[in-house]
Ligand binder design. Structure first.
Ligand SMILES: [Cu+2]
Length: 108
């Protein structure tokens, strides 16, 4: 299990440095407006992983659950701590689910 995640993180790094992926992004961006509410459970900056207790994710057809996501950039984890309420966008990618957008949830 752990080995799988390390591989996924490695793949993510390889993709992040490939310009071709960036060129592909605008086409997907059009359908990616919706954000999902979640609560941060665990932050792992070194591995660029984030455990989120999330609500339903429409674009992934995923019911509410707690699970691990990868993030595109470790900078997205800056200032995040367990218990933080967030809104985020996740996409299915090779090697797992990737958080592509993340913001603090506004207090009601
Ligand atoms: Cu999930």
């Amino acid at each position: 299990m752990k080995r799988t995640w390390i591989l996924a993180a490695t793949l993510a790094c390889a993709f992040a440095s490939a310009p071709a992926v960036a060129a592909d992004a605008p086409a997907k961006a059009a359908a990616s407006a919706a954000l999902t509410a979640g609560e941060v459970k665990k932050v792992d900056k070194e591995a660029k992983k984030l455990t989120i207790k999330h609500g339903p994710i429409d674009n992934l057809k995923m019911p509410p659950m707690t699970m691990v996501f990868r993030v595109q950039d470790a900078a997205m984890l800056e200032g995040l701590a367990p218990g933080a309420k967030i809104r985020f966008r996740a996409e299915e990618s090779e090697g797992g689910y990737l958080v592509t957008k993340l913001q603090a949830a506004k207090a009601k």
